[in-house]
Design a protein around this ligand. Sequence first.
Ligand code: SAM
Length: 293
Amino acid sequence: MTQNRLSIADPIRTNDIMRKYKLRAKKSLGQNFLTNEKVLDDIVDASGLKPDEIAIEIGPGIGALTEKLAQVSEKVFAFEIDDSLIPVLADTLQYYDNIEVINQDILKVDLDEFVKDNDLQGKTIKVVANLPYYITTPIMLNLINSDYPFQSLVLMMQKEVAERITANPGHREYGSLSIAVQTQMKARIDRIVGSKSFIPRPKVDSAVAVLERLPKEQVDIEDPVFFNKLIRSSFMQKRKSLMNNLLNWQGRTDENREKIKKDFEKCGIAENARGEQVSIAQFKQLAIEMNKN
Ligand code: SAM
C-alpha cells in the first residue's frame, strides 16, 4: 500500500474531504471528527490490536480512526448511522480491503447475532471508537452487557463520563454508572483530549477510556436483577443516606429499618453512610443479605 497521501485525520485532508463532499458535521449525530494523529495513534496503541484480531468501530465518520485500525488488525467492521457518509467512506477507505462499513444504528444491532453471522466466535474482538457523545452511556452499557464478551473497549467519550466510570468509592463521581461498569470491566483513563483535536470542536473536554473485561470468576453477582435494583435505589437521591434511599425502595417501616441496619452491620456499612461511600464488594454482600428473605 503506498502511503504518499496524507492520513484522513490530517486537518488539511479532513477539510479537503469535507469540502469535496460539502459535508457539514451533524451536531444531532455527535459528529466531531478527530484531526489529531497523536491522539489516534494513542487510541490504537491502547487497544493493543494485533494482526489476527478483529476491530469493531462505532461511528467511523469520514474514516480517520478506521484506516488506522485497518493498518493493525485483521478486519474492521464499522457501524455508521449517517447515510450521507457511506459514499464518503467508500472513497476515503478505498485503499483498504479489510474494512466493512455497515450502514446501521449501533443501538439497533444485536451484537451477539452479528458475531455469529460473521463467524467471529473464537476471535478476539475489540471495540474501538470515538463515540457520538449523545449516546455514550447506552452504547457502552450495551457493549458491556452483550452476550458476546468483548475483551476490551477503547472509547473516546466526554471527560466527565470517563471520570464517572473510573471513579472509586469516596469520590464525588462514584455512583451507579461506576458500579455498572466496574462490576464487569477494569476501567481506566488512558488520556485526556482537548477540544482542539476535533473538527468541529466539542463543547467539553474528552477522554480515552480503556475498559478490559474482568476474569469470569470476578464477575460473581448472584442475582443481577436484584443487584441492579439495589444499585439504582441506592443512588436515587444522591444526597440522601443509603438507609433513606433503601427505605424509599423497600417501604418505610420500623421492621425494614431494623432489618437493613442488621444487613449494614454484616457488610461493615455505617448506618448513616451514603451510597458513594460503599464499595462494590460491600454492595455485592449487601445484595446477598437483603435478598435472603
Ligand atoms: N470516528 C470518527 C472520528 O473519530 O473522526 C467520527 C467520530 S464522531 C464523534 C461519531 C460518529 O458516530 C459520527 O460519524 C456519527 O454519524 C456516528 N453515529 C452517531 N450515532 C450513531 C449510531 N446510533 N450508530 C452508529 N453511528 C452513529
